[in-house]
Design a protein around this ligand. Structure first.
Ligand SMILES: NC(=O)C1=CN([C@@H]2O[C@H](COP(=O)(O)OP(=O)(O)OC[C@H]3O[C@@H](n4cnc5c(N)ncnc54)[C@H](O)[C@@H]3O)[C@@H](O)[C@H]2O)C=CC1
Ligand SMILES: O=C(O)[C@@H]1CCC=N1
Length: 267
């Protein structure tokens, strides 16, 4: 079995790292295509030295059974035009935000198997969250293989295609919202006199610990919040300020806007 990854940017590299680190495929079974490889000065990272690389998308697709499309939504149709004749009998896996199976299938035959995945960048540290949608022609062994790839990058969940824009706004874009929150916590620590590295460690571990509490217990986040808030204590004073500044509403709107942008990219 051979896999082609078209686009070896942030997400393409994260997926490739997970596959290699977890021995899902041997290096010889993978071919990566990216137009940046056409640049003679391009330095491929040490960890990817053993895989085949090319700047020719068609060549990669011809040699593979599974194709991961990891290019930007704005150029995916150019890539699809390029590969359509070589890829129709293969399993197509697109991670592009917003681009739906209706658009993807226009480039192939009615029998082409299409899978959409929305991963996120914590895949780089095997803490990713990937939502997967399988179109109905995809067979059980093909689903199992693709799920294995994304399980090697963290957690997976199967979703309906109509949920993909919401997923993109929440877990696809969400890491950026979390980083802003961590940065703001650390800035506040620095404002109150902490060293930057100490403040950043406290902030990141607090977010990680909070997430772990939610994931590892059946306790609702609101009840976990109540456990931190002592009557007339420090936390409730901070919580009141967050409510005053409409923090929840800002977060909800951020996810909503990101989901709407995903919808727009699909039009
Ligand atoms: N960055 C993120 O957090 C996430 C991104 N995605 C999706 O992943 C896809 C890729 O995003 P990133 O990796 O962030 O982008 P990126 O810009 O880091 O990588 C895209 C790669 O595609 C290459 N490329 C450009 N034109 C090409 C062509 N004609 N043929 C072959 N390769 C070409 C570029 O050289 C680049 O290396 C997007 O569709 C995005 O919606 C999905 C989930 C999360
Ligand atoms: O910002 C974006 O469009 C991509 C999709 C999800 C995360 N990053």
């Amino acid at each position: 079995m051979k896999l082609a990854i078209i686009g070896l940017g942030n997400m393409g590299q994260a997926i490739l790292s997970g596959i290699l680190k977890n021995n899902i495929l041997e290096a010889e079974q993978i071919i990566a295509a990216d137009k940046k490889f056409a640049n003679a000065d391009f330095e491929i990272e040490e960890k990817f030295k053993e895989i085949n690389i090319t700047d020719d998308n068609k060549e990669a697709v011809q040699k593979a059974d599974y194709i991961i499309l990891a290019v930007k939504p704005q150029i995916i149709e150019l890539v699809l035009e390029d590969i359509q004749n070589s890829a129709a009998s293969k399993v197509i896996i697109s991670i592009a935000a917003g681009v739906n199976t209706r658009t993807l299938s226009q480039y192939f035959t009615a029998n082409t198997k299409i899978i959409r995945v929305m991963p996120n960048t914590p895949a780089l540290v095997a803490e990713g969250m990937s939502a997967l949608y399988y179109s109905n022609l995809v067979e059980a062994d093909e689903r199992a293989f693709v799920e294995k790839i994304f399980n090697s990058l963290g957690e997976t969940a199967e979703v309906k295609e109509s949920d993909m824009d919401a997923v993109t706004g929440l877990s696809g874009s969400g890491p950026a919202f979390v980083y802003i929150f961590i940065e703001a916590l650390a800035d506040a620590g620095v404002l109150k006199g902490l060293a930057r590295d100490t403040a950043l460690k406290l902030a990141a571990q607090t977010v990680k610990g909070g997430a772990e509490m939610v994931l590892s217990s059946d306790i609702h986040p609101a009840a976990l919040k109540d456990m931190v808030c002592s009557p007339a204590g420090t936390t409730i004073a901070g919580v009141a300020e967050l409510e005053n500044k409409a923090f929840r509403s800002a977060v909800i709107n951020a996810v909503q806007k990101a989901a709407e942008r995903s919808e727009e990219l699909g039009r």
